[in-house]
Design a protein around this ligand. Structure first.
Ligand code: ADP
Length: 236
């Protein structure tokens, strides 16, 4: 059973009378628990595809089934509900509200969803990313890596089945990027499906599968080497 199944997905943007064919017929399936990296040149359609996966946008043609539901049959309210319950988003720029504490940022998706016991759940999510002690800090009082961990806690707090991450380490130094990837590895091993866009091969190496885009098409889709850890070597 696929969690994500796209068949012949196309996306055309029209701007000032000019058509841009951002996706030219994407067909792919992602099973529960997979860790998938999407790579490809700038403008190849990676973000457009992720926006459709995340129900933030709709295909112009083709079908998208999310956990068996054809999203084209849903109205905007049902789509938003599906998005809020199933999906967590992580962005390159963290997207935290600036004058709002870490714990309040994490509470936000639960406010939209009307979830009870928000404070306790937000604190538990911060605990899961190792930031319980920073709950009262504002984003400006946190390092980039800590801000991204708050953003991951915010994604986790709705217990999503999928985390969609668009260049989550793009603004981080390599050590901090490694810590964020270790965190995503752990979430994947706990059963959350991870789909991530990255430009960096080292980041993509954390995934078990690599999908390469070019000109709005999938040009390569392959299993990546299983990472082996030699006995006694420190876990990365
Ligand atoms: P990538 O994420 O691989 O850099 P994108 O999905 O952002 O690629 O973009 C694919 C193509 O679609 C590009 O040519 C881009 O200019 C175009 N595009 C993306 N979003 C829009 C939009 N909202 N309106 C018009 N064109 C867009």
């Amino acid at each position: 059973m696929s969690l994500i199944r796209m068949t012949g997905v196309e996306k055309v943007y029209r701007m000032d009378g000019v058509e841009v064919q951002a996706l030219q017929g994407i067909s792919l399936s992602i099973a529960p628990g997979e860790f998938v990296a999407i790579m490809g040149p700038s403008g190849s359609g990676k973000s457009t595809c992720m926006n459709i996966m995340g129900c933030l946008d709709r295909p112009t043609a083709g079908t998208y089934l999310l956990d068996g539901t054809d999203v084209s049959t849903l109205d905007d309210v049902a789509l938003a509900r599906l998005r809020n319950r199933r999906l967590g988003f992580v962005f390159q720029s963290f997207n935290l509200l600036p004058r709002t504490s870490a714990v309040e940022n994490v509470e936000l998706p639960m406010i939209y969803a009307g979830t009870p016991d928000r404070r306790a759940k937000a604190l538990a999510a911060l605990e899961a990313v190792g930031l319980r002690a920073r709950a009262g800090h504002l984003p400006t009082q946190l390092s980039g890596g800590e801000q991204q961990r708050v953003a991951i806690a915010r994604a986790l707090v709705v217990s999503p089945s999928i985390i969609l991450a668009d260049e989550p380490t793009g603004n981080l130094d390599s050590t901090t990027a490694g810590e964020i990837m270790t965190l995503l590895d752990r979430l994947c091993s706990q059963g959350i499906t991870i789909v991530l866009i990255t430009h960096e091969a080292e980041i993509a190496a954390h995934a078990r599968r690599l999908i390469q885009f070019r000109d709005g098409r999938v040009v390569r889709d392959m299993a990546t080497r299983t990472r082996t850890v030699s006995p006694g070597a420190p876990l990365r």
